[in-house]
Design a protein around this ligand. Structure first.
Ligand code: CA
Length: 226
């Protein structure tokens, strides 16, 4: 884990400082930014391995920064927020965040969550076979972690990508929302099963698989090749 670089985008300096201190103590390299635009340019000029991103920033909202980043990079993002509202959580996750931590937080928990996400991210990168999987008019490049439709790169968030690949690799298998949450988001994930619904809706729209990603009423979802 050493030499991993974390970018903290947080306008409340005492919080940024204590996070920086905790992660440096754990052997991480840490950079802090105190506004959304400062954070965004820091991430662009020197992409970190993970970003801790505050929801309420003085200039651009954390959710918008998250969206701007996930459109360009595949960097895991954990949102920090004082809000506990479920709708806000879903909104944050919809913008591409990988996880969510509510303030006030336990520093050990933040470090543990960061390690979990980095591990999961490494694993998904590491299943690299160089192979391309084609189905439903889509081409998935696991090496690039990308999906193409008719040669055009689809803009998927990391979670949308993982969920889509999970469906495509298991045609006709019915997945419950809970199973998908456990598999894609992990057991310690703070959101609820509606997160899955939102992601499936977005994948349907983005991929054109409206008819193939089937809702199994009262159970979950399955992928049925056309
Ligand atoms: Ca703030």
């Amino acid at each position: 884990m050493e030499d991993r670089k974390i970018l903290i985008i947080e306008d409340e300096k005492p919080i940024a400082d204590i996070l920086k201190y905790s992660f440096e103590k754990e052997g991480f390299q840490v950079q802090c930014a105190h506004t959304g635009s400062e954070g965004f340019s820091a991430a662009c000029s020197d992409p970190p391995d993970l970003i801790l991103l505050d929801w309420m920033l003085p200039d651009i909202s954390g959710v918008d920064v998250c969206r701007m980043l996930t459109e360009r990079y595949r960097i895991p993002i954990i949102m920090l927020t004082a809000r506990g509202n479920v709708e806000d959580k879903l909104y944050g996750l919809e913008s591409g965040a990988d996880d969510y931590i509510t303030k006030p937080f336990d520093l050990r928990e933040v470090v543990a969550r960061v390690r979990t996400i980095l591990r999961r991210f490494d694993k998904s990168q590491g299943t690299d076979t160089g192979d391309r999987l084609s189905c439903g008019g889509l081409t998935i490049s696991e090496r690039e972690h990308c999906v193409y439709r008719d040669g055009v790169l689809l803009s998927l968030t990391p979670k949308e990508y993982e969920l889509l690949v999970c469906f495509l690799k298991h045609p006709r298998q019915v997945f419950t929302r809970t199973a998908l949450l456990d598999q894609i988001w992990g057991y310690d994930f703070a959101g609820d099963t509606r997160t899955v619904d939102i992601h499936v809706q977005r994948i349907r729209k983005k991929t054109g698989l409206e008819d193939s990603l089937v809702t199994v009423f009262g159970v979950g979802y399955k992928y049925v090749p056309a």
